[in-house]
Design a protein around this ligand. Structure first.
Ligand code: NAD
Ligand code: USQ
Length: 398
């Protein structure tokens, strides 16, 4: 297949592009390198040393003999470039990773909120509108988030995108219909993913665009079979307070002896998936794309659910990491239960990697190897969800 990977220089996009290429697909990456510029803005760098995108592509050609094509433009702002790429490349599938994905970054201030909404909603809408204008039957696979469901304890195992609801009509008869699961985003970033869902629903219904929305949990790990093949292919590893996600942050903190930064009581339960399964799931989604019709296919891309406090305690037991319970910069429930259905991907063949001591040790090795690149001043998460959260943190630091 010909596959267009939007956001193919990122943490999930780069290893996915390699995995698809290794599986024999023809891959064209589009990226505007905004993620690398955000590192400059924040004064941080990936813990792992990542080479430039053209160098990565050359390294892949040398080790695999396969060519990745590359175009650099902004999917959210340069509609004409996107349309032209679709018309000339005529992809069978478009994988859309090209969004601002950090909740703390999206909550820093008004400018970051506006950027996140502008970038993410426009990128998604441009892709949909351009697919229609180019008159292509390409399927679209989007990386969405479990966060669209919200993180309040729910009485049900979270279904895959939809709820069947029943209510009395005006004559008292019961009407049953399917609806998108009520969305309850916890940050401006998660809000954009909720807005994306409506865009997909509209274009699938109105124009017959075939869309798969992968509601992915928090990704952990760094390397995949393909990125291990050469040091120049190494994946990025974010550990800073904006882009670092909880388990990778904890692994890096444990590796350098920094007390694990648990927010609040650590009672938040979240869904997780290893990066090696991210790339497999995207391939499974693409290769089963002929199953998608005018109803958006939503699949929960999740391996397991775990409580943040339990993750910290696991590392405390395994490697003697110290744990620091900090005022939570985010406005989120102190404790929540979470159970998730992920039958769709399992039916397609996903046999997910689960977190266990050996794997955590392997991931920590990466963190140890590059510990000298860590700037500890960038570890604290100082993006506050609201003024109340900012005041609480300032009181403690006084
Ligand atoms: P990332 O920030 O590492 O990668 C995103 C890539 O997209 C970057 O290379 C960036 O330069 C590019 N990009 C962003 N906006 C663009 C634009 N307008 N035009 C062109 N390129 C643009 O993020 P990631 O961790 O790889 O996440 C990819 C997707 O997966 C996101 O949509 C995110 O919401 C989703 N996701 C990620 C996680 C996770 O834990 N990392 C979990 C669930 C879902
Ligand atoms: N947390 C800590 N300590 C830390 C970092 C985070 O206790 O040092 C807590 C947070 O308060 C939160 C939980 O861990 O309760 C998860 O935070 P996170 O930063 O790991 O994940 P999140 O902000 O939800 O975002 C990440 C990705 C995002 C993706 C989402 C999937 O950045 O792109 O959509 O995971 S999900 O969480 O399932 O919505």
């Amino acid at each position: 297949m010909r596959i267009l990977v939007l956001g193919g220089d990122g943490f999930c996009g780069w290893p996915t592009a390699l995995h698809l290429s290794d599986a024999g697909h023809d891959v064209l990456i589009v990226d505007n390198e905004i993620r690398r510029r955000m590192d400059v803005e924040l004064g941080v760098q990936s813990l792992t040393p990542i080479v430039s995108l053209p160098e990565r592509i050359e390294a892949w050609r040398e080790v695999s003999g396969r060519c990745l094509q590359l175009e650099m433009f902004d999917v959210a702002r340069d509609y004409d470039a996107l349309l032209n790429t679709l018309r000339t490349y005529r992809p069978d599938a478009v994988v859309h990773f090209a969004e601002q994905r950090a909740a703390p970054y999206s909550m820093k201030d008004a400018a970051h909120k506006c950027y996140t909404v502008d970038n993410n909603v426009n990128a998604t809408h441009n892709v949909l509108a351009a697919l229609v204008e180019a008159r292509l039957d390409s399927q679209l696979v989007h990386l969405g988030t479990m966060g669209v469901y919200g993180y309040e304890t729910s009485a049900v195992d979270l279904p895959e995108g939809y709820l069947t609801i029943s209510y009395p009509d005006r004559h008292g008869a019961v009407v049953t219909r399917e609806a998108l699961y009520p969305t309850k985003p916890g940050s401006v970033y998660h809000l954009t993913k909720s807005l994306d869902q409506l865009l997909f629903q509209f274009y699938a219904h109105n124009d017959g665009i075939r869309v798969t929305d992968l509601h992915q949990g928090i990704v952990w790990g760094t390397q995949t079979a393909e990125t291990r093949r050469d040091p120049r292919l190494i994946n990025r590893f974010d550990y800073d307070g904006d882009f670092g996600t909880v388990l990778n942050r904890f692994l890096m903190q444990a590796a350098i002896g920094y007390p694990l930064t648990v927010h609040g009581t650590g009672g938040q339960t979240r869904a997780f998936i290893n990066i090696q399964d991210t790339v497999r799931c995207v391939r499974l989604a693409i290769e089963s794309g002929d199953q998608v019709g005018r109803r958006v296919r939503i699949m929960n891309q999740v391996a397991e659910t775990l409580r943040v406090r339990d993750l910290a305690e696991l590392l405390e037991r395994l490697v003697g990491a110290a744990v620091a319970y900090l005022p939570n910069p985010r406005a989120e429930a102190d404790e929540n239960e979470l159970a998730v259905r992920s039958d769709n991907l399992k039916r397609l063949g996903l046999d997910p990697i689960l977190m266990e001591a050996g794997l955590l040790g392997e991931s920590m090795e990466i963190a140890k190897e590059y510990a000298n690149r860590c700037d500890v001043s960038k570890i604290p998460s100082v993006s506050y969800w609201n003024a109340e959260r900012r005041c609480a943190a300032q009181k403690v630091s006084r």
